[in-house]
Design a protein around this ligand. Structure first.
Ligand code: FAD
Ligand code: NAP
Length: 450
């Protein structure tokens, strides 16, 4: 019998989770399909590759990277630990709970190396240009970015794992064209040191605004002014970070807020989030929903495209859980493809999606979002094996504790320690407060940031 062919678009953490999921099946003696990955960067790990580039890359492609120098995990590493590859297995010793980007990337790559005996192929420097349904299969057209050569191939299943934090949502503010200073989106933010001695206005009140404001003051900015549209974050900020209501207009160096206050700024950073962007999918296969903790209209169990269940999207929702969610979704998708999980009829899918969506719309607090995602993953774990439901619940408990720590003190939450949901091993503390750890190299971190 011919092998089933799966085309996976993107080899960031979600794509890497697909490799690990099929590797687990192979280790259990199961026959696995032929996996082909298309990755437009020259290496795996997606956003976790730091790039200095902004705008377009060396091939004229939109730069994928949104991460910046000095980025540290904003959640405890224990909440994204991989059930089949613990931090202790990788680092051979306990490490603190909030690692910098390079350390998490090192861990991702370690698991990838260990769990990569699937015989898969990865086409690097290759951008998928079009995916279309043909005769019950999918035709993927792709371009080798180096040679500019376009080719195509046909697959039984397609898994879209291209992420959704790379295409900026950029609203317009009246008068912004008169602003005499630097204007950028967080997607293009690379180095907080650039804003030393400056007053920076940040638009938006979520993770990017929070973290970039902290980064800027950590690396010497004079002041950060965070402008919120709906709700302020309300953290116990240091004196040089303030929150103000929505900005109504901008004139030269001045920003005018809804509450009548005026502020002078040197730079404006849009921390206004990202858009789902899948231009390479033919229209009837394209996920168009706004980002949400559940993908409202089209994804059964948050992954299976309702109109064509041989198409799956991974990691397409907003995330409280990250690597754990990607891994569980990948196992779920694997088991559908291996014929262990049945896809119900359309009516049942629609009903299931509607139920999750309805609950999603009632979420009003971080705890509700965390518990919602816990329950969603527990639902997937009923049909697939990755980790126990107890470990899944422990992760939610830790995420809730983490929310509390942030409320207590936004400057010190990264100094806290958590325990592995799989081994119970406790993290060790940083030897210096995170706010004073200016060196984010792996060597410095593993020494305890002395
Ligand atoms: P990505 O990491 O975005 O990978 C997608 C891959 O698809 C990329 O390699 C890209 O090159 C490739 N691709 C895209 N389009 C194409 C195409 N047309 N053809 C071929 N290849 C393509 N999560 C955490 O757990 N902890 C954190 O501290 C954290 N910090 C974050 C900080 C920032 C600034 C951002 C934006 C996100 C952060 N996240 C964090 C969440 C992060 O999105 C996930 O951890 C993770 O990277 C998502 O994995 P992914 O595989 O879905 O997408
Ligand atoms: P986000 O969570 O989607 O937040 C977008 C913000 O933009 C919201 O506050 C929203 O306000 C605001 N906004 C949207 N449209 C607006 C408009 N027209 N006018 C004004 N405000 C508008 O996006 P994000 O903060 O960029 O986070 C994306 C991901 O990156 C998250 O997964 C996060 O974990 C990750 N991240 C991690 C780190 C880290 O430290 N490791 C750092 C940065 C980002 P409303 O509330 O009014 O909708």
């Amino acid at each position: 019998m011919e092998k089933i062919k799966i085309g996976v678009i993107g080899c960031g953490p979600c794509g890497m989770a697909v490799v690990s999921a099929f590797n687990e099946a192979k280790n259990k003696g199961q026959a696995i399909p032929q996996l082909t990955f298309f990755e437009k960067q020259d290496k795996v790990s997606g956003l976790w590759n730091l790039t200095w580039r902004t705008g377009i890359d060396e091939y004229g492609e939109p730069v994928h990277g949104s991460m910046y120098r000095y980025l540290w995990s904003n959640g405890p590493k224990e909440c994204l630990e991989m059930a089949n590859y613990t931090f202790d297995e990788h680092f051979k010793k306990p490490i603190p709970s909030f690692p910098p980007r390079i350390v998490l990337q090192d861990y991702l790559l370690g698991r990838f190396e260990k769990c990569s005996q699937t015989g898969h192929s990865i086409l690097f420097n290759t951008a998928v240009r079009n995916v279309a349904e043909t005769d019950g299969k999918f035709k993927i057209c792709y371009e080798d970015l180096k040679t500019k050569q376009c080719s195509d191939d046909t697959f039984d299943y397609v898994i879209v794992a291209t992420g959704h934090f790379s295409f900026p949502n950029l609203p317009y503010y009246p008068g912004i064209e008169t602003f005499n200073g630097k204007v950028l989106h967080s997607h293009d933010f690379r180095n907080a040191a650039e804003f030393k001695d400056q007053t920076v206005v940040l638009l938006g009140s979520s993770y990017s605004a929070e973290d970039i404001a902290l980064q800027c003051v950590k690396y010497g900015a004079k002041k950060c002014i965070i402008s919120y549209r709906t709700n302020k974050m309300g953290y116990n900020w240091p004196d040089n970070i303030i929150e103000v209501p929505q900005i109504e207009k901008i004139e030269n160096k001045l920003v005018f807020c809804k509450d009548g206050s005026t502020h002078e700024a040197d730079a404006i950073i849009f921390c206004t989030g990202y858009k789902h962007h899948y231009p390479f999918m033919e229209e009837k296969l394209r996920l168009k929903d706004a980002t949400n903790i559940y993908c409202p209209k089209h994804l059964y169990k948050g992954v299976v495209y309702e109109d064509n269940p041989k198409l799956m999207y991974l990691g397409a929702q907003d995330q409280c859980y990250t690597y754990t969610l990607f891994d569980i979704q990948a196992c779920f998708v694997r088991d559908i493809i291996l014929g262990k999980i049945d896809i119900p009829d359309r009516e049942t899918m629609v009903k299931s999606i509607a139920g999750w969506y309805k609950r999603c719309m009632t979420i009003t607090s971080p705890a509700e979002a965390i518990n919602y995602q816990r329950d969603y993953l527990e639902d997937l774990l009923t049909d697939t094996d990755y980790c126990s439901k107890e470990s899944n619940s422990k992760i939610a408990e830790m995420l809730n504790t983490w929310v509390g720590y942030k409320k207590e003190n936004i400057l010190t939450y990264r100094d806290k320690c958590f325990a592995s949901p799989y081994t119970g091993a406790m993290a060790i503390p940083l030897t210096k407060d995170w706010f004073y750890c200016l060196d984010d190299s792996k060597e410095s971190f593993l020494r305890g940031c002395q």
